[in-house]
Write a protein that binds this ligand. Structure first.
Ligand SMILES: Nc1nc2c(c(=O)[nH]1)N[C@H]1C(S)=C(S)[C@@H](COP(=O)(O)O)O[C@H]1N2
Ligand SMILES: [Mo]
Length: 332
């Protein structure tokens, strides 16, 4: 299994049928289809109110920072078109395949080159001051969205464990268990047993990713705990995932259980799978083509046609200094 460019993928338009795949919206979808009063409801389902309104309804004292001028994608779009190979390699199947993924209890173990290694329980991470960050999100395949994440800077965790002076990189690892989901006591129903094998997905599990320490410490780099003011749906990487908005989407590793500070560049899943196509840095860059397709434009989910891809996904002013003096074609 490899990534395919958008143009080669079967065009999967986000239509009302896709709401069907999201079990929680099944009844609402039925109402929309069946009701003569549907117009207003359909409008709200597919064009939810601005993120701030929703966020304040469910998460108190959340500060919103909008890092994208464009309209956010709808909750349905964000939660029904996903890449999460542990569950399915079909973007429209992930939500259904991940529906029974058990994400409690959950811990993140943080160690390696740190003074104070420790384990964070999910409740502690959720008790950190949460913020809303509206970011562009660009997949290497050529599609993009605008997503109102909820979360906190990764720096918040790193400050707590205190990296040593040798620490130069941060490695992240996704939970993986092809049989049981998180809790070994929970027996999942046949055919709904969560994660699939590496052999089936075509990439190694557990999924691993990495950043340079200064990239991880950057304020735009967050651990997301939710989106649209609600805790993360399984298909988006529940209960906690990385979001690095200036890098291709595959760097934003989902369902993180381990963070390790290291002195050398850590292995990363897509680089292992295809080193000539996916580098360690993977900064969004319209001027560096993928060996099999151009990265100059992208298709925003929900729009027709394409828009130009922006250098560093539009976050050049914030992050370009991290790569001063670096050849972005060699360090792709
Ligand atoms: N563990 C894990 N993390 C992952 C992936 C994956 O398959 N497994 N896919 C990546 C890719 S290619 C993308 S584009 C984003 C998709 O995130 P989304 O489904 O929330 O939009 O997750 C990234 N993180
Ligand atoms: Mo992606």
């Amino acid at each position: 299994m490899t990534f395919e460019p958008e143009t080669m993928q079967e065009k999967e338009k986000i239509t009302p049928e896709h709401v069907y795949l999201n079990r929680r919206n099944f009844i609402r979808a039925g109402l929309v289809a069946g009701s003569t009063f549907a117009t207003g409801l359909a409008y709200r389902v597919f064009n939810p109110p601005p993120p701030k309104e929703i966020a304040t309804a469910e998460i108190k004292d959340v500060k919103t920072t909008v890092w994208a001028a464009e309209k956010p994608n709808s909750f349905e779009e964000i939660t029904s078109y996903n890449n999460f190979y542990e569950f399915s390699t079909s973007k429209t199947e992930v939500a259904r395949a991940a529906a029974d993924f058990v994400t409690r209890p959950w811990t993140i173990e943080v160690g390696g080159l740190v003074d104070r290694p420790r384990v964070f329980a999910i409740d502690e991470l959720l008790s950190f001051q949460q913020e809303e960050r509206v970011y562009r999100f660009r997949c290497v395949e050529g599609w993009s969205m605008v997503i109102p994440w909820i979360g906190f800077p990764v720096r918040r965790i790193l400050d707590e464990v205190v990296p040593t002076s040798e620490a130069k990189y941060v490695a992240f690892e996704t939970f993986y268990d092809g049989k049981t989901g998180m809790n070994p006591d929970v027996k999942l129903p046949e055919g709904r047993n969560g994660m699939q094998s590496s052999l089936f997905a075509g990439i190694d599990f557990p999924y691993v990713e990495g950043l340079r320490l200064d990239e991880a410490m950057h304020d735009l780099t967050i651990i997301a705990t939710g989106l649209y003011g609600k805790q993360l749906p399984n298909q988006n990487g529940a209960p906690v995932r990385l979001v690095v908005p200036w890098k291709y989407g595959f760097k934003s590793i989902k369902s993180v259980v381990r963070i390790t500070l290291t002195d050398r560049e850590p292995p990363t899943t897509w680089n292992i799978a295809s080193p000539t196509e996916y580098g360690f840095y993977s900064n969004v860059n319209p001027n560096v083509a993928h060996p099999r397709w151009s990265q100059a434009t992208e298709r925003r989910i929900g729009e027709f046609g394409t828009r130009p891809t922006l250098l560093f996904n539009g976050y050049e002013d914030q992050v370009a200094h991290l790569y001063d003096g670096m050849d972005l074609r060699k360090k792709f």
